[in-house]
Design a protein around this ligand. Structure first.
Ligand SMILES: *[C@@H]1O[C@H](CO)[C@@H](O)[C@H](O)[C@H]1NC(C)=O
Ligand SMILES: *[C@@H]1O[C@H](CO)[C@@H](O)[C@H](O)[C@H]1NC(C)=O
Ligand SMILES: *[C@@H]1O[C@H](CO)[C@@H](O)[C@H](O)[C@H]1NC(C)=O
Length: 231
């Protein structure tokens, strides 16, 4: 009797869970900035802009704490790293024919760098291995804005910054293979990505670079062979 009840309960629970959304050609995983309410944060505007151009795209907000204070930043990044690896792996496993686009603002950008390159152990962050190469091959574009791990001289840097970020990434061995699919926006004066002191700079990347980032992502998707609609 008892086991029948458990079985019944299990069936009811499974039946009650909403079905996962259908697989789409392009799935965006969006990581919000520190201290933002759960959701896509500032990157929502860019995600919406990309989705307007692509009939077969959807997005999911990365679920992670996004704590911005110095006491919890490191554990929040680590939780975000694991969540982004899990979100990517789960989607690719369920939808093997789909491609993935990563968008991350501030702490969200730090997380993108971590899952592609491994964590910044040189700056005292918990060790984390980069995403498995099979999964990584499904990522067709990755856009970072105001990344605290920003490092000078990388081919995918974009903007006016002339300084390293707060936690500059040193080891690029694992992620050089992703250089062509990445773009990292950082402007001079940004407190987090450019060791600056101008507060407003860090908030303005979407307003300033949304069109450029949209074109970049669409061109990377196009180059990956996913069909784009005629403009
Ligand atoms: C993926 O594509 C292959 C070949 O086009 C097809 O046979 C398969 O059903 C597709 N899988 C999914 C989950 O859509
Ligand atoms: C850099 O990263 C690669 C791959 O993750 C690793 O094999 C190598 O040991 C790292 N180099 C240093 C100096 O830590
Ligand atoms: C997509 O690729 C084709 C050639 O492969 C090119 O002619 C076209 O301009 C590209 N479109 C975009 C939006 O990048």
């Amino acid at each position: 009797m008892h086991s029948i009840l458990i079985l019944l309960f299990t069936i009811l629970t499974i039946a009650a869970a909403p079905p996962p959304p259908p697989c789409v050609n392009v799935h965006l995983i969006v990581a919000r900035q520190s201290n933002a309410w759960p959701g896509e944060g500032r990157m929502k505007e860019l995600a919406d802009s990309i989705k307007r151009q692509l009939p077969s795209a959807d997005s999911e907000a990365l679920q992670y704490p996004a704590y911005g204070d110095i006491w919890r930043y490191r554990s929040s990044v680590f939780a975000g790293d694991k969540a982004m690896i899990a979100a990517t792996t789960t989607y690719v496993s369920r939808c093997p024919n789909s491609t993935i686009v990563l968008l991350g603002y501030s702490q969200g950008a730090h997380i993108i760098g971590d899952i592609l390159c491994g964590s910044v152990i040189e700056m005292g962050f918990l060790a984390l291995n980069p995403l498995d190469g099979h999964m990584g091959a499904k990522i067709v574009a990755a856009v970072s804005m105001g990344d605290p791990t920003y490092a000078m001289g990388l081919p995918y840097n974009f903007g006016t910054s002339k300084k390293n970020g707060r936690f500059p990434r040193v080891n690029h061995t694992a992620c050089t293979k992703y250089n062509s699919i990445r773009r990292s926006y950082c402007d001079e004066g940004d407190k987090f990505c450019a060791a600056g002191f101008r507060f407003g700079v860090h908030r303005k990347y979407v307003a300033k670079y949304k069109d450029d980032a949209t074109r970049f992502v669409l061109s990377r998707i196009n180059a990956s062979g996913v069909m784009l609609p005629r403009q």
